[in-house]
Ligand binder design. Structure first.
Ligand code: M6R
Length: 364
């Protein structure tokens, strides 16, 4: 049932504050300001490597989690696209664990990667939305996302719930590995607890985003740029736009611009820059200047401070609330999803059932 929404995707975008809240509450003790003790098939303190593999949007959630595990828990992460991992014959470290991420729990390549790790004797955990799935059954432990059924082929609430689980796990790993004091843990848990409120605030930007989408629906190509956790989010923005609006889009690390994609920039290709005001914001501003100098039109998704500091022409800004660094990718996912959604609506595509795509890819 779509309720009063036009599409399941729209409904699922709007459910996010609630389902993110449920998911976080499963892993975090908000009152005590602590991560909950979760049963694990391995000891975070003894790991020297974590292998994550997944497909599509779930792979991009894992790509964001890499920054979190490495930054907060000092745990090295190898992130792979499952269809590559399964055939790569990678040597797996004896002190490692593997983590698979899948909304459906049935993705063929992800399952094959899991079996590869199983045969290598590596402990296996999975972040899944469907708890009765094959991937869930074959894992030693599951970390559920409590997103509820996701009907739209384009993943939205499953993605932000995956991020919520992964951020909670990264903080838990940081605690167990001794890189986070009880005070810092309390602070990070409090930051995470605010995600639903910020996601709700982001949803209120829908009218502005809808207006922008009307223009986006006229173009042939779109480039998304970001640094740090905004880099995988840029790829997620591009994936979302191409799969439902059929507009060609690419996501790039902003620092890679001058290594090739800058050649594409002209007046006809909008560049969407995802840049909360963080410690590398100024680096992203210089990339925006490079785009503007070549006549490129920029859509900047940032916060108040970022908007104040980015003094560039041809700029349209979407201003989000100022949020802690840890939760920024979860909050910034919301305008990215809405932009793709409204663009597809203007294009008149079948938003919930885009051509050539299946919700669950059970063949390779
Ligand atoms: O069910 P899974 O999470 O394993 O699915 C993985 C991808 O097929 C999926 O995320 C796909 O990329 C989505 N259509 C993206 O919106």
């Amino acid at each position: 049932d779509k309720g009063n929404h036009r599409h399941f995707m729209e409904k699922e975008i709007h459910e996010q504050p609630e389902v993110i809240g449920h998911t976080l509450a499963h892993y975090l003790d908000f009152v005590g300001g602590k991560t909950k003790d979760i049963a694990l098939p391995f000891d975070f303190a003894k790991l020297d490597r974590l292998y994550i593999s997944a497909c599509g949007t779930a792979y991009l959630a894992g790509s964001i989690a890499k920054y979190w595990f490495e930054r907060y828990a000092r745990l090295a992460v190898d992130i792979d696209i499952a269809s590559e991992f399964r055939y790569r014959e990678m040597p797996l470290s004896p002190n490692s664990a593997a983590l698979f991420i899948s909304q459906s729990g049935e993705t063929a390549d992800t399952l094959a990667s899991l079996r590869y790790c199983r045969s290598a004797g590596v402990p296996i955990a999975a972040v899944v939305n469907v708890q009765e799935s094959t991937i869930a059954r074959e894992s030693d432990a599951i970390f559920p996302t409590l997103a509820g059924p996701e009907i739209g082929v384009a993943s939205t609430k499953a993605f932000t719930c995956q991020l919520s689980v992964l951020a909670s796990l990264a903080i838990r790993a940081a605690v167990e590995r001794g890189f986070v004091s009880p005070e810092r843990e309390r602070e990070l848990v409090r930051e995470l607890s605010e995600t639903p409120r910020f996601a709700s605030a982001a949803l209120k930007l829908d009218r502005q985003i809808e207006k922008l989408a009307r223009e986006l629906a006229q173009v042939k190509h779109v480039l998304y740029l970001g640094r740090d956790t905004s880099f995988p989010l840029a790829m997620e923005g591009a994936l979302k736009l191409k799969e439902i609006s059929y507009i060609h889009a690419e996501g790039y690390a902003a620092g890679e611009l001058k290594h090739g994609p800058i050649a594409l920039i002209d007046e006809s290709m909008p560049v969407i820059v995802i840049a909360p005001h963080d410690r590398i914001f100024d680096k992203t501003v210089s990339n925006m200047q490079e785009v503007a100098a070549r006549g490129g039109k920029i859509i900047l998704i940032t916060d108040t401070e970022g908007a104040r500091r980015a003094t560039i022409d041809a700029l349209e800004t979407i201003i989000l609330p100022t949020v802690p660094e840890l939760i920024a990718p979860i909050v910034y996912a919301v305008p990215i999803q809405m932009l793709a959604y409204f663009t597809a609506v203007f294009m008149g595509t079948d938003v919930d059932q885009p051509r050539n795509l299946a919700k669950s890819v059970t063949v390779e």
